[in-house]
Ligand binder design. Structure first.
Ligand SMILES: Cc1cc2nc3c(=O)[nH]c(=O)nc-3n(C[C@H](O)[C@H](O)[C@H](O)COP(=O)(O)OP(=O)(O)OC[C@H]3O[C@@H](n4cnc5c(N)ncnc54)[C@H](O)[C@@H]3O)c2cc1C
Length: 321
């Protein structure tokens, strides 16, 4: 006999965890969460530097929490502690190292297939895979044999390196100032000013620029990157050529479109999932939560609210026994 879950959630980040917690609190019985890495919250673990400040109103977007999860300003560690406690809930079946490959619908049931070729069945699906699985890359070619020195987060950074951070959002600014004390850091952004960065990050950035800890280069694009003597030689739009030990691109993330398509998700012309006010895609029983559902970039608090909205909708529309 195959087990049928009330709800299967793909991705154990804030959106997936919140959906599972709220669903259990609202009375759903069989809830399973699939996570491709060996622990929950992989984006936070990978992309947040130790002791990073975590803002509830990330990027200045004020969010009123709707659900039952008490999330406040804190640090990477306090945020992971909160999610550790939530995931420890015995009623939630968390399946780590289980990457979902796609879903199909058969006779009102969803069949979930994983990379390891396991199959699971559920009445409702929530896709909360974030957007960081596929970081945006620059349009120019990058030297393949130096790919270890071309990163999309700061986890590989050593000390005393000449590092170029590329980007103009909060992630780029945070990456730059987290590594600036141990390295020589240049932050290059192609526009002449920052428009999307929160005031605290901007303040910290300009403080570091004044103290000569960060070399800020605005209005500067990159034309090409080549290898020279095992370094990355960068050709800038102002005709400058400079060598770096490492480049970190913080250009945001794009939707993992292939997976969404293998899940039968309807996408708009920009490959963003189409959702209604309950975060439901066109198929009955299929929802999107967290960053993958957002049009204006996401945040932990927004992902938590998605979990509550979706679980409430599923509970309300559960067929009577
Ligand atoms: C550098 C940086 C700093 C940030 N700082 C803040 C901040 O201070 N405050 C704030 O509110 N937000 C911040 N954010 C944004 C915040 O991290 C995201 O909004 C939040 O993590 C989104 O949660 P999510 O559940 O949608 O996706 P994610 O956190 O990306 O989680 C998705 C999960 O799905 C898993 N997954 C992906 N594909 C599969 C698959 N096929 N099968 C199974 N599992 C899969 C991933 O491994 C991951 O664990 C920051 C982001 C970055 C990059």
């Amino acid at each position: 006999m195959k087990k049928i879950y009330d709800l299967a959630i793909i991705g154990a980040g804030p959106g997936g965890i919140a959906t599972s917690v709220e669903a259990i609190l609202l009375g759903l019985k069989e809830v399973i969460v699939f996570e491709k890495s060996n622990n929950h919250s992989d984006t936070i673990r990978k992309y947040f530097k130790d002791n990073k400040r975590v803002d509830k109103d990330w990027k200045g977007i004020k969010v009123e929490l709707k659900g039952n999860i008490h999330f406040t300003d804190g640090t990477k560690e306090s945020t992971l502690d909160l999610f550790d406690t939530l995931v420890a809930n015995k009623d939630i079946e968390a399946c780590f190292n289980e990457e979902v490959y796609g879903i199909t619908k058969q006779n009102n049931l969803f069949e979930i297939k994983t990379i390891k070729e396991n199959e699971y069945y559920a009445k409702n699906i929530v896709i909360s895979i974030g957007t960081m699985g596929k970081p945006n890359k620059p349009s120019y070619k990058l030297p393949v044999n130096l790919k270890d020195k071309i990163n999309f987060n700061i986890s590989e950074c050593k000390n005393n390196e000449e590092i170029l951070v590329v980007g103009g959002g909060d992630s780029a600014v945070e990456f730059a100032y987290y590594i600036a004390k141990q390295n020589r850091v240049t932050l290059a952004y192609r526009k002449e000013s920052f428009s999307r960065v929160n005031p605290i990050n901007l303040h910290q950035l300009f403080d570091f620029v004044e103290k000569d800890l960060i070399n800020l280069q605005l209005n500067l694009d990159i034309q090409k990157v080549e290898e020279k003597n095992n370094k990355l030689e960068v050709y800038f739009s102002n005709n400058q050529i400079k060598q770096f030990d490492r480049i970190i691109y913080a250009l945001g993330g794009s939707n993992p479109t292939d997976l969404l398509q293998r899940c039968g998700i309807l996408l708009d012309s920009e490959n963003k999932p189409l959702i209604d006010k309950n975060l439901r895609n066109h198929q009955e029983g299929v929802y999107l939560a967290g960053d993958i559902a957002g049009n204006v970039g996401g945040s932990i608090a927004l992902a938590l609210n998605h979990g509550y909205i979706i679980s409430s909708h599923i509970q309300k529309h559960k067929p009577a026994k």
